[in-house]
Design a protein around this ligand. Structure first.
Ligand code: F6P
Length: 354
């Protein structure tokens, strides 16, 4: 894709993978910059890559995007279907791209969707620019994915409410949040919500140690505790049996339920009533927070700039206070884990073990 500074282009956009607050805000910004500044035409492929496979699409213009900035979900739908699941998948995508005379495709997605974006870009028939989405914030090439700050706020609102009920009933409450490989949501929500402890995939936990800390707290006149547990948290090998994990039709582990296992063990060891709240998809639903609306707007505008500057195979990313472009390859090769320093900061507020 050579520089297309002064050309009017035909640009496709799709949203793939799990939904996330701010998807519509990105689409709105893509359309606004493309149509208003460049005179481009934008079409939305429906339900992720499936829209390109089956040529299912809808026109997107400024009018069609009115009112969507605060709206959760995605107005063009999403799915986990992707071209490499089918023998003729790439050919079908190519045929759709040619039929619509597409100059470029903006792909809004997480690690899975973006790695397919990179592969399609490398096929060479369609220039692809990525936008990093996931409430998990686990994409290494950007300091922040959109949706994360909203998910954290939702979790903190829930924790704030749990404090009063935990205190009234003298209970230990476990809050299970999303985060299959990393504990960014758990760590941020735990720190912001004043959690007693935080369990994350980055640091396997010892259930005896967890119970000891909680018991000490409850025996030394604190009468309630909140423990935030990332759904991907893992016990130290050999210390606690977990039930087998189901896998969905796309090979993704269906997580959820670790907090219940941990809660039973804590109750057994401490004798304190322990309850569980699994926040689940509430963290992905509804309106994006102000931070995410701004980040989405910057990402969408920058994606169209990248298209016109000929930056194919790139992803927009946040570095410091700037939006930059990084190769899609960097976006999909490494996960971003919670910094040990941040976990240490959280631990300053843990009760002592003895
Ligand atoms: O990747 C984002 C995420 O929210 C994970 O934290 C979670 O495990 C997963 O999506 C669940 O997605 P779904 O329920 O749509 O399969």
């Amino acid at each position: 894709m050579s520089t297309m500074q002064n050309q009017k282009l035909r640009i496709g956009v799709l949203t793939g993978g799990g939904d996330c607050p701010g998807l519509n805000a990105v689409i709105r910004a893509v359309v606004r910059k493309a149509e208003r500044v460049w005179g481009d035409q934008v079409i939305g492929f429906q339900n992720g890559w499936k829209g390109l496979l089956d040529d299912e699409w809808q026109p997107l213009d400024i009018e069609a995007l009115r009112g969507t900035l605060p709206r959760g979900g995605t107005i063009i739908g999403t799915s986990r279907i992707q071209p490499y699941m089918f023998d003729d998948g790439v050919e079908r995508v190519r045929a759709t791209a040619e039929r619509h005379k597409l100059d470029a495709l903006v792909v809004i997605g997480g690690e899975g969707t973006l790695s397919v974006a990179r592969q399609i870009d490398e096929e060479g028939f369609l220039a692809v620019v990525g936008v990093p989405k996931t409430i998990d914030n686990d994409i290494a090439a950007t300091e922040m994915t959109f949706g994360f700050q909203t998910a954290v706020q939702i979790a903190v609102d829930a924790i704030d409410r749990l404090h009063s009920t935990a205190e009234s009933h003298h209970r230990i409450m476990l809050v299970e949040v999303m985060g299959r490989h990393v504990g960014h949501i758990a760590t941020w929500a735990g720190i912001a919500g004043g959690a007693t402890m935080i369990l994350v995939p980055e640091e396997p936990f010892d259930i005896d140690e967890v119970a000891k800390i909680l018991q000490w707290r409850h025996e030394t006149n604190r009468y309630a505790s909140i423990v935030v547990v990332a759904e991907g948290a893992q016990p130290v090998p050999g210390t606690l049996d977990l039930p087998p994990v189901e896998v969905d039709e796309f090979g993704h582990k269906r997580l959820g339920g670790i907090a219940s296992v941990v809660a039973s063990e804590i109750e057994l060891r401490t004798g304190t009533e322990t309850r569980v709240l699994v926040l689940g998809h509430i963290q992905r639903g509804g309106t994006p927070c102000a931070y995410d609306r701004v980040l989405c707007t910057r990402y969408g505008v920058a994606a169209i700039d990248a298209v016109h500057e000929g930056k194919k195979g790139q992803m927009v990313a946040l570095k410091g206070d700037r939006i930059v472009c990084v190769p899609l390859e960097d976006a999909t090769t490494e996960l971003k884990y919670v910094a040990p320093k941040l976990l240490d900061t959280a631990k300053v507020f843990y009760p002592p073990a003895t």
